[in-house]
Design a protein around this ligand. Structure first.
Ligand SMILES: Cc1ncc(COP(=O)(O)O)c(C=O)c1O
Length: 376
């Protein structure tokens, strides 16, 4: 098997899985319990929070555990809207955000919030000038992702931060789910980012784990109310084994080199570039692990299944849109015609992929490519 769908999810690291199993078995106490078992699990949470904070260059009190990227995005978007309801009801986002952001924002739009959806250019990048023009007195949130999950395009997060320095009350949210271990994202005091969302299963951690960075002093209304866990901001008994394992996965990922992915995706891009009837949709400057492309006239879905038959796992752009059989909204926003967008497939690597796998992939790609000769 050659697994090249790491943007959808990654395989859990074996030592991370061991940690998960050990904590699940031995440390089952509820962190809210007063007895020793509870104390021990509270200690594990504290250590995990500290490890994550150190790895991200922020403070422990700025890390809040969640069930993953979707919850994190929902929390930041809706939590900001609720928190700032008396200050303003204008939100800014891009047209190519993950549905966890876009659908949250649409819900608010239906309830009366005003939204500016920033368009992207042919590389999938927003214009910072457009953003500047969109800012209003009643703007409460700017939500722009770091790395797009379908094409790997990288948004100018630092430049956006520069502009927002003149608007200190606006929450600047960055969906960083596809950024971990791939691009350098500066958080902390020197950065203008107020909230950043992360998901454990995208960096070889367990599924349904995640965390949100919330800059000290920033207020965010909770969405999950209850027993007051996570300093009252996210109630619910903590997923202790998942959190401990995620912290370990983050540490391991942050220490690994991403060069291998860059090298392999660049090699693949160069190979595809030379072939006729191939269109590469990812921009030249992109995250090192994603390459989105298509064969003219061949639906992405057909390609995905052709690869699958040969033991290679890729996807049609995002995991969310592939089962719904909808074409990529990111590609449409980039101005790519619907019929072309339907050809797209996404190859996404992790540090575990090897040169040998890439060579095999290219060989298999060639076989599939030539089998479509009649159509081409
Ligand atoms: C950019 C982005 N944001 C949010 C999510 C949602 O994360 P999760 O699967 O942890 O809910 C994903 C998942 O693909 C993503 O790629």
């Amino acid at each position: 098997m050659i697994y090249l769908d790491n943007s959808a999810t990654t395989k859990i690291d074996s030592s991370v899985l061991e940690t998960f199993n050990r904590v699940n078995k031995l440390y089952f106490g509820n962190p809210s319990s007063l007895h020793e078992l509870g104390e021990t699990t509270t200690g594990l949470l504290t250590q995990s929070r500290r490890l994550i904070a150190e790895t991200m260059g922020v403070q422990s009190e700025e890390i809040f555990f969640t069930s993953g990227g979707t919850e994190g995005d929902n929390w930041v978007v809706k939590g900001t809207a609720l928190e700032k309801i008396h200050f303003g009801k204008h939100l800014i986002t891009s047209e190519i955000e993950h549905p966890a952001v876009l659908e949250s924002i649409k819900q608010l739009e239906n309830l009366g919030w005003e939204v500016t959806y920033l368009p992207v250019d042919s590389r999938g990048i927003i214009s910072v000038e457009n953003l500047k023009r969109a800012l209003r007195e009643d703007t409460v949130l700017v939500s722009v992702m770091a790395v797009n999950n379908e094409t790997g395009s990288i948004q100018p997060v630092e430049k956006i931060g520069e502009i927002l320095k003149d608007y200190p009350s606006i929450h600047f949210h960055v969906d960083a789910v596809q950024a971990v271990g791939k691009i350098d994202l500066k958080l902390g005091e020197q950065s203008r980012i107020d909230m950043a969302v992360f998901s454990g299963h995208k960096f070889h951690g367990p599924k349904s784990t995640g965390f949100v960075y919330v800059k000290k002093g920033r207020k965010l209304a909770p969405l999950l109310s209850g027993g007051g866990q996570e300093a009252g901001r996210r109630s619910g008994t903590e997923n202790v084994p998942g959190i401990v394992a995620m912290a370990k996965a983050l540490k391991i990922t942050s220490e690994k080199q991403i060069k291998i992915q860059s090298k392999l995706t660049i090699e693949l891009e160069e190979y595809l570039d030379k072939k006729k009837n191939i269109e590469i949709f990812s921009p030249k400057h992109r995250a090192p692990h994603i390459l989105c492309f298509g064969i003219k006239g061949i639906k992405g879905e057909v390609l995905v299944h052709a690869f699958e038959k040969k033991g290679v796992f890729v996807s049609t752009t995002s995991a969310c849109s592939s089962k719904k059989k909808t074409e990529s909204s990111t590609l449409l926003a980039m101005g790519i015609p619907k019929i072309t967008a339907e050809t797209a497939i996404r190859v996404s690597l992790s540090e575990e992929n090897t040169q040998e796998e890439l060579e095999k992939f290219i060989k298999i790609f060639d076989e599939i490519y030539h089998s479509f000769k009649v159509i081409l």
